[in-house]
Design a protein around this ligand. Structure first.
Ligand SMILES: C[S@@+](CC[C@H](N)C(=O)[O-])C[C@H]1O[C@@H](n2cnc3c(N)ncnc32)[C@H](O)[C@@H]1O
Length: 472
């Protein structure tokens, strides 16, 4: 049969899961990647792409359901890009994530691995996030069912972008990623804006007023709210922000931003606090179990999105670092200094380096809050900040902990790590593919002593991984 776009392949058994969350099968000697199914399913597949060495398609008819399937729990499943693995049992998700780490390290990194530790699952498999960013839209996405039921286009909405569609937002009624007050707060903001004729932003035409709503929440239930609007209109701000403060006493930090830019990023914008403090405070058990640490989180600061599992992640990194009390440690990509403050009691000194100046200010406050006088924090781009002169001034580290963003480390940073030649490097990553690339470079002078995958993001294809490197 000649294969072309639209060709229907019948009864294909899905063998496994690829890194991007597509199922993998084989047809005609080629690998076939399929969306809309689960590993173990047997499905009819309509081809969408034909290449000499691989095929792509979508499942149009599931003939046999995999025993590894689960019932999706969210009404927005299929439309939302957030929890795209809900239809796969959690223990099977963990198996694929574990394999994803091994595949990346072996295939991309070409690395020799010790036995990879069993992946540590998340105690919470829903409502595990501490932050969500919702987008206002003047014309929300309408599903086929809504249109069939008489719904009309041009309705305002507040929700998430549809994957890969920057200007398409669907209205979120319920989201299982954060605790329930978040659903109530978001829906109340939307209803209040509609009732008072406050214009929602039109993403295509770039007109309108309400742009985004960010909600962050600590484990104790303290909330931070950040409302982004397109221009200053005090009357409308008052209606929305006073409604929040009147109905949610747990919203301890209520803020707004005036953003006239074409995009919604706010790292470069002024944040104005309407009510309460400009921060919330998260607590975390000390690694030795002797009391708690306090972390102040500002609106622009990064904090691991799964707070409960962050403790597990940090504890594993702490164990790998094996600190004795005498070490100088560098904590690269320190954010609000969470790891630096977590390990400070167990080493001589920690130096945290981070790009976002506001996060560095939070890191310094966090050091004070926790009585960690042996910490220092510096702001700047890692590739410029981590230099020969920095090492001369601050000393050569015995241990480096590095926790870069998804893109991994800049090549110059990796080269610098090779020049510094610390005895140990603990590399935490939320993207095993870029981690594998960086490890390949580092393997010139380091061997991999331990690998520990940790699941921070249940119901998604994402996995966190910690690698301990020791000098050859
Ligand atoms: C994955 S977060 C880790 C934060 C922190 N280690 C934690 O656990 O909370 C990555 C951090 O790297 C910072 N970052 C991103 N690019 C950077 C760069 N080029 N130079 C320095 N820091 C950077 C981000 O602002 C963010 O705080």
């Amino acid at each position: 049969m000649e294969l072309k776009k639209g060709t229907l392949l019948s009864s294909i058994r899905m063998e496994t899961m690829a890194a991007e969350g597509k199922c993998v099968a084989h047809y005609d000697g080629r690998v076939l990647f399929t969306t809309g199914c689960a590993p173990g399913d047997v499905a009819d597949v309509e081809l969408t792409k034909i290449k000499s060495n691989f095929l792509e398609g979508k499942a149009v008819n599931i003939i046999e359901l995999s025993p590894d399937r689960d019932e999706p729990f969210c009404m927005h499943f299929g439309l939302c890009g957030g929890c795209s693995w809900q239809h796969i049992q959690y223990r099977t998700q963990l198996t694929y994530k574990h394999q994803q780490v091994i595949d990346n390290l072996e295939r991309i990194g070409g690395l020799e691995l010790p036995p990879v530790n069993a992946i540590i699952g998340s105690a919470r498999q829903s409502r595990y996030r501490n932050r969500l960013d919702f987008t206002f839209t003047a014309s929300r996405w309408m599903t086929r069912e809504e249109l069939d039921a008489g719904g009309t286009m041009g309705q305002p909405g507040l929700g998430f972008h549809i994957p890969k569609m920057y200007d398409r937002v669907f209205n979120v009624e319920t989201c299982h990623l954060m605790d329930t007050p978040v659903d109530k707060l978001r829906n109340l903001v939307r209803d209040t804006a509609v009732k008072n004729d406050i214009p929602f932003f039109d993403l295509r035409r770039q007109v309108g007023y309400l742009r985004t709503l960010t909600i962050r929440m600590t484990q104790a239930g303290e909330m931070m709210v950040i409302l982004q609007v397109a221009y200053d209109e005090p009357q409308w701000l008052e209606i929305i922000l006073d409604t929040i403060t009147a109905n949610f006493p747990e919203a301890r930090s209520v803020n707004y931003i005036i953003n006239g830019k074409r995009n919604d990023t706010f790292h470069d914008l002024n944040i104005i606090t309407w009510k309460g403090d400009s921060w919330i405070t998260e607590k975390m058990e000390r690694p030795d179990g002797k009391g708690q640490l306090n972390f102040r989180i500002g609106p622009k600061s990064f904090y691991q999105t799964n707070s409960l599992q962050a403790e597990v992640l940090y504890k594993e990194a702490w164990k790998m670092a094996g600190l004795t009390g005498s070490e100088l440690v560098y904590d690269l990509y320190t954010g609000t200094g969470t790891i630096a403050n977590y390990i400070a009691a167990d080493c001589k000194k920690v130096i945290g380096l981070e790009y976002v100046a506001a996060a560095v200010e939070d890191a310094k406050v966090n050091a004070q809050l926790n009585g960690n006088l042996n910490t220092d924090f510096y702001a700047g781009d890692m590739k410029d900040l981590l230099s020969e002169s920095f090492i001369l001034e601050h000393g050569k580290p015995d241990v480096i902990i590095t926790d870069p963003p998804r893109a991994g480390m800049h090549e110059d940073v990796v080269k610098m790590l090779l020049r510094i030649a610390a005895e140990k490097i603990v590399y935490i990553s939320c993207n095993p593919a870029t981690q594998a690339r960086d490890l390949k470079w580092l393997s010139e002078s380091y061997r991999i002593a331990a690998v520990q995958p940790v699941d921070m993001f249940p119901q998604t294809m994402h996995v966190e991984n910690i690698v301990l490197l020791t000098r050859k």
